[in-house]
Design a protein around this ligand. Sequence first.
Ligand code: DQQ
Length: 473
Amino acid sequence: MVIKNEALDATLKNDFHRPTYHYLPHANWMNDPNGVIQWDGRYHLFYQYNPDGAYHANMHWGHAVSDDLVHWEELPIALHPTPESPDRGGIFSGCIVNHNQTPTAFYTGVNEDYQVQVQCIATGSPDLVTWEKYENNPVIGIVPPELGQTADFRDPFVWQEDDGWYMVLGSGIKGAGGVVLLYRSDNLTDWEYLHPLYTNNNRAYGTIWECPNFFKLGDKWILIISAHSGITTDTVFYFVGDYIDHHFIPIASGVLDYGNLYATLTCLDDHNRRLMFGWIREARSEVDQRLARWSGVQSIPRILTLSEEHELMFQPVPEMETARGQHWQSKNIALNGTIPLEASGLALDIEAEFVVGDDGVCGLTLAMSNDSADKTEIVYYAGEQQLKIRKMFPETNMAINTHSRIVPHTLSAGESLQLRILLDGSVLEVIANERTSLTSRIYPTSRDSVHTNVFGTDATLEQLDIWKMESIW
Ligand code: DQQ
């Protein structure tokens, strides 16, 4: 149980930008998911958390647990910085592994100005609630000198192979670009640096790579990295390839998400599903985040699979369908203009299928106000093979400008457009044909922004299902 403040709780409950079926702690700042693991059948989610307020500082590992990946209970903070220790400035991101039935957490300890980043271990109680740090932390303390920099070296991701334990770390090579470093250990405490698992000089992939994940999916290996531009968190990319003699040889790559999803972290569950969590960062000012008293949301966990074309495919876990309530359905509508829909709400789960002509356009409007001035459109342009999210605000609202996101989404001949849309207050997760992911934040300007419509030209709405989502709290 977490102690809550009733007055603050009432304010938060009244905040229609706050999601009701995505996980977030009851208040304050949250960013990366950490140490996601299924333990004794329960799903544990740890995350970067600042107990002091809704801003990035003073990192701890917050903790939540769930039996079904839908309903979460917030637990006490799992890891706190220890004064005068290698993690005195914060507990940055990492993972948890099962070491002979002992939950073992790996995280990056940082100093006050984050310029010294070292890798540390802690072991947990059987319920993963209390943690003890290893007395000889750090277990990795030195950035390999050939990288030419000493400050960016973080986010351990650990797995076991037949001949021992392996770890990847995110870093950057000065003047070149991001790099993922590979380490090996027999006992989890003594680590040997092997070599870069992968690096890429193309600045399109940012200058520092954070939060690496490396795992087998089908018969290929997947490397996921969160690319930092050097100034700010940027985009998550993935590489698909082979892992031979502890070297990674990519054969394909892609953008994991074109929008606000960052620092994704995966784990395998007892259904052998590769589950992905991720931080949905805010898109409003730091002042607005502090005023809201909360910042950051976890994405709905997704199952990852690989297509025959080596594209990463995303499917929100089917468990979340248990939170579906009122249901509306439309079928077989030839579109030539806009059709208002009965469905309304700011917490919706939507499945839509359109057949679009060569130059057709189709889409949905969500979160629309009574006067239609404030709304979000999700539009597909078949001619350009582009998917667009267009957020429109009333002209009177000078605080935020109208903005759009346009991303490539190619349909093969005869393929219909399939949209999965998760709208939750200010959160909008859009997945097209299970392979193009565009996560946004929309901040409707009024609580009457709940209306919906469907529109198009040279397109048919094959089927549309909209469910109102029940609150998970
Ligand atoms: N966030 C953490 C780091 C990580 C970054 C600190 C990514 O460990 O590299 O909060 O968002």
